[in-house]
Design a protein around this ligand. Sequence first.
Ligand code: ARG
Length: 421
Amino acid sequence: MSGRVVLAYSGGLDTSVAARTLREERGLDVVAAFVDLGQPFDAEAVRDRAAAAGAKLHVIDAKEEFAEGFCLPAIHANALYEGKYPLVSALARPLIAAKVVDVARQAGAGFVAHGCTGKGNDQVRFEATFAALAPDLGVIAPVREAALSREQAIEIAARYGIPVATEAKTYSIDENLWGRTAETGPLEDPWAEPPADAFGITADAREAPDEPAEVVVGFEAGRPVALDGEPLPLTALIARLAAVGGAHGFGRVDMIENRLVGIKSREVYEVPGALALILAHGDLEDLTLERDLAHEKAGLERRWAEGCYYGQWYGPLHAALRSFMAEAQRDVTGEVRLRFFKGSCTVVGRRSPRALYDVSLATYDGTADRFDHTQAAGFVALWSLPLKTWAARDRAGGAGGTGGGSGGAGVTGGSGRAGGA
Ligand code: ARG
């Protein structure tokens, strides 16, 4: 096996130290793969740190692939883990891991590595993806293995002249096009309200504008294609909607979450774009999906979100669920009007050329009504027939106790228990 490793590199302290120790302690030739998924970053700083860490840097722009291949399917599935979390990190890890594998193939590496600790979900997502895509490669988890304190990591960085920020770090942050996550520090007390500095991309609703903003989101077959009639590529559309929603204080989620490794954790998310798109998309589905498809889909959406959260993106169940969701999108075409105001996002209108809503069936205006009321009586009678039959039997059985079934039971019971009574 080649003595080369490709490390998923964030450009931060932990992965920089990991890169250096992989080289110093294991004698590996280290390639750092930095995957741009729309997180803010200083390209020069990333380059300098990778160099000081002794790693060859690959920067991969995967923003569009992330939007098309991961965020779009998540919109189709209205994907929210535990009904609240739009899977910001969970969607990103399989793509980052896949890019690491690509680089490993190009570089002829025998190992892949990630900088996750042993307590989180991300280690699972990386390694499950490596298992699915590259079972032949060795996997190294240097951060999990070394379990360094922040002070120790800073000391190692200083020893090798790796230029990292050394001021106290309050939160553990992850960010991409789909949103921003914050954990640890003062957030570990679930009773304490998140401090203002835990947030990065949304305004405090109390300080949001006094005038609401309305945005019309256009969809074609489940894909958001336009804002206020202006066609936009998906990455730009997500970012722009997030900016509008965030400015109005929308998109903050404060939740207690069940991690895959069995820990409950307090999480603070900022997901204005993701939540607004899921809200709008789900509403358009309400207008356009046939009832039984809509009901069945809702159950599978939960499974979809769990599979993604659990790192099973490249497994066969998740692929099949994605196909189901994509198939369900055929008629999800139309427009949804959203209103952002002081931390809320409300659907205030929707329309579709593929709507199943039929006002001539729904109306209570007698003259316009096309619904055949005479059919309702027969439908209701047959619908109620099983209940009527059941109720009649039990009423008869309970009153007389002389029905065929209960009579038999009575005989057996009587003979068996005669002595004891
Ligand atoms: N709890 C979230 C998840 O499991 C967020 C994880 C954030 N990851 C991170 N390395 N800070 O998806």
